[in-house]
Design a binder for this molecule. Structure first.
Ligand code: ATP
Ligand code: MG
Ligand code: MG
Length: 604
């Protein structure tokens, strides 16, 4: 039916057939156009319901989120044992190389003018070429290069003036052409790097040898595959919306020697891609997938017959763990595979070149196929796609207009916004950059409202205060929940922190206001302050002193602990008591603390 609606014509001067666009539209709009393709294991059961797959899409995303949550829980207990020093690691060195596949943020597919899709009705965003209709031809969409180039520039790659596309053959239901179009012989970007600093690691797990530089061998463009949705027991539904969505593959050199460094590396790549607006979504939404290649070798022993990869020699035999969908999975899979390989070698065995899989929450990687089962991809230049030439002025323009990269953002957060390096790193790594954007929005709005310029010293006081509220106070409200700006919009936090800085309310009142707005309170902040009589009516200095003194007199033991044993935290307990025992809006924590410190006896 499709064939009778379609005319293949040749454009003058070109040997390439192309599909007439009006035919294409007619076919797409035809009630006979299939909405999705479904096959069971015997490829018999072709079905045509569109709602079904749309419904299946939701649980898939939910499953990803649930898996991430479960994993977070499971990892809490495992954390300690990961960090405990393993004596075997003094003998064996781990080596890891990472391949990251990231969906580019583009309007069109890589080789057709079909629009890319983000959860739309299945099989509504695919051209004839995308579904490998006989005679259809690729039409490289030049603008898909732009996010790819921004990403490669952010990794300091050398952009190649000429690059080209190749066919990588393998047969699977999600690959309608029977080959994937990728860049094997001439990728568009080579020889980049990524540097990891202290702020790229969670507090408490910063390696001693930071900064760590990891080479990036190349960045290449390629097509994504169709999405398969399982319908047990034996049906697989295919959604071609994703097929030929432009991807980049970022390939690191085998320069990583620690699972935590691999995790930081993936996290940072994700943050950089988001910063330069190259990627549609983070790992949690399936927009980024990682393969890790793992080997071990004995320290201090030169492996004469060791393997080489792109100038790095003396390596142990690698195995590859495919399709990891979270940073934690990257870390855990590497630990499990490293330990498996060491055990195998120490037991007299040898590591085999294999492709392995990893399931969230499991303790070991699982063999998928061995060397003998490796596919011969039969790479060949794609004869239907002309080479790509990238002009120097385009590269210069993109480089000049690249958004500020994360390392520079950390410098600014520390230098201008007054945050600690740790808080700056935390802000940067949370919620795929959304919390950082929120922080900037609140701080800048608040500074404008108070007439404070970024060059002014008072700016960093505002920056520090907002940092505390965004990370600590809001952080504790969100706990395990997904971050969403809309819960407490920036202007609401601006209003709460503004009232606090203007000394119109105490920090206790501010926390109550924040919690109320977080829970969906509809009245605005001003109204709530009025309705609940929260406006600060500060005690006089004499009233502060009387209150503080009466509390100190009640607890002589605690006073002794503070004065003689230096238990400074107990001062905070007194501050809390002063606030608890007075009316809302009468005691400010910092004035209370100051009064207590003045009244505490001095050490003899
Ligand atoms: N001995 C080794 N130990 C650890 N990592 C290695 C070793 N040899 C190569 N690697 C890493 O393996 C990865 C190889 O990726 P590359 O895309 O070049 O090839 P591939 O994995 O064979 O191809 P495909 O894209 O089909 O998976 C790189 O990240 C590289 O650093
Ligand atoms: Mg690869
Ligand atoms: Mg690989």
């Amino acid at each position: 039916m499709l064939a009778s609606n379609t005319r293949n014509v040749f454009v003058a001067g070109s040997k390439r057939p192309y599909i007439c666009q009006s035919c294409l539209r007619r076919v797409r709009n035809s009630p006979l156009a299939p909405r999705y393709f479904a096959l069971n294991t015997s490829v018999r059961n072709l079905q045509t319901t569109s709602q079904q797959i749309a419904q299946d899409d939701t649980p898939f995303r939910k499953a990803l989120k649930d898996a991430a949550k479960q994993q977070k829980k499971a990892s809490k207990g495992a954390k300690k044992s990961l960090k405990a020093a393993d004596p075997r690691l003094e003998k064996w060195e781990l080596t890891v190389g990472i391949e990251i596949h990231a969906e580019l943020n583009t309007a069109r597919k890589l080789f057709s003018s079909a629009a890319t899709s983000l959860g739309e009705t299945p099989n509504t965003h695919a051209s004839l070429f995308d579904t490998a209709f006989p005679g259809s031809q690729p039409q490289f969409q030049r603008e898909t290069l732009l996010p790819a180039l921004r990403a490669a520039l952010a990794f300091d790659c050398s952009i190649q003036a000429r690059s080209s596309f190749d066919r990588k053959h393998y047969f699977y239901q999600d690959q309608p052409n029977g080959y994937q179009i990728t860049q094997y012989y001439e990728p568009f970007a080579k020889d980049g790097h990524l540097t990891l600093y202290a702020h790229d690691f969670p507090a408490g797990s910063v390696p001693e040898d930071v900064p760590i530089k990891i080479g990036i061998k190349q960045v290449q463009m390629e097509q994504d595959t169709a999405k398969t949705v399982q319908q047990p027991p034996s049906t697989h539904l295919l959604d071609f919306n994703r097929v030929s969505h432009p991807l980049i593959e970022i390939i690191t050199l085998p320069h990583v020697h620690d699972p935590l460094v691999a995790a930081a590396c993936v996290r940072k790549i994700q943050t950089i891609l988001k910063t330069v607006d190259a990627c549609t979504a983070g790992m949690e939404m399936g927009g980024l997938r990682a393969d890790v290649n793992v080997s071990v070798r004995e320290r201090g022993v030169t492996l004469e017959e060791g393997l080489s990869y792109s100038g790095v020699s003396g390596l142990g035999q690698r195995t590859e763990i495919k399709n990891l969908a979270s940073v934690k999975a990257v870390e855990d899979a590497i630990v499990a595979e490293r330990d498996r390989q060491i055990e195998l070698i120490e037991g007299g065995g040898a590591v085999e070149g294999e492709t392995r899989g990893w399931t969230v929450g499991s303790k070991t990687t699982k063999r998928l196929r061995g060397k003998e089962g490796e596919i011969d991809y039969r790479y060949m230049p794609d004869p239907d796609i002309a080479p790509v030439f990238i002009a120097r002025d385009l590269i210069d323009h993109l480089r000049t207009n690249l958004p500020t990269l994360p390392d520079r953002v950390v410098d600014v957060l520390v230098g201008r916004y007054g945050l600690s390096t740790k808080d700056a790193g935390t802000l940067l790594s949370f919620d795929n950059g959304d919390r950082l954007e929120y922080y900037f929005e609140v701080t800048n709005q608040l500074a404008r409202a108070r007439g404070v310029k970024p060059s002014n010293a008072a700016f960093s006081i505002i920056g520090k205060t907002v940092g505390n509220w965004v990370l600590m106070e809001l952080g504790s409200l969100y706990k395990d929940e997904q971050w969403a700006d809309s819960r407490v919009p920036p202007e609401v936090l601006v209003s709460i922190v503004g009232q606090l800085l203007a000394k119109r309310i105490t920090s206790r009142s501010a926390k109550k206001l924040l919690a109320a707005k977080f829970e969906g309170e509809e009245r605005n902040v001003e109204q709530l302050i009025d309705d609940h009589n929260m406006e600060l009516q500060p005690l006089s200095p004499a009233e502060y002193r009387d209150l503080a003194q009466s509390l100190l007199d009640e607890k002589p033991d605690m006073v002794r602990d503070i004065v003689e044993k230096g238990h400074e935290k107990k001062v905070k307990w007194f501050v809390g008591q002063m606030m608890a025992r007075s009316a809302e809006g009468t005691v400010e924590a910092d004035v209370a603390e100051q009064t207590l410190l003045e009244l505490l006896p001095k050490k003899a």
